[in-house]
Design a protein around this ligand. Structure first.
Ligand code: SF4
Length: 138
């Protein structure tokens, strides 16, 4: 199966703090499949490392109060385009990210509180009919 995956789950250091979210469970799940890594935030032009961001009233804002909504949405669109072009059958995404979160995201107060909801990329994938799995469900 062709599976698109949050690059940080595969050990790529594209996370906001310069690290990754390597998951042995994800590695096991993906074994034997064709993998397409993607980091929508980097695709959207954001640097590594970068200031963490959360979704505040439907728009993505950095902890310093700067709008990064344009970069997040551009990256999500570019990653979606790649998913369509590649004909991926499943997308596995890192939990709770303002781009990749599938089940939950942080509530926009930068206090660590979580709410039900999706990140920008996960939402776009679901709206476009893709099967999306939260890495926390593996
Ligand atoms: S945008 Fe997605 S792939 Fe990129 S670091 Fe965040 S969770 Fe990982």
């Amino acid at each position: 199966m062709k599976i698109m995956v949050s690059a940080c789950l595969l050990g790529e250091n594209c996370k906001y703090n310069g690290g990754n979210n390597y998951s042995e469970k994800a590695a096991q799940f993906l074994r034997g499949h064709e993998i397409i890594p993607v980091c929508p935030e980097v695709l959207g032009g954001l640097p590594v490392p970068r200031v963490p961001s959360e979704i505040v009233d439907g728009r993505v804002v950095s902890q310093e109060g700067r709008s990064v909504d344009r970069e997040f949405r551009l990256g999500a669109e570019l990653a979606l385009k790649r998913a369509v072009e590649e004909g991926v059958e499943l997308v596995v995404l890192q939990s709770r990210s303002p781009s990749c979160g599938v089940k939950q995201i942080y509530d926009g107060t930068f206090s660590g509180r979580k709410v039900e909801g999706q990140g920008v990329f996960a939402k776009l994938l679901l709206e476009n009919g893709f099967s999306v799995l939260d890495a926390g469900e593996l």
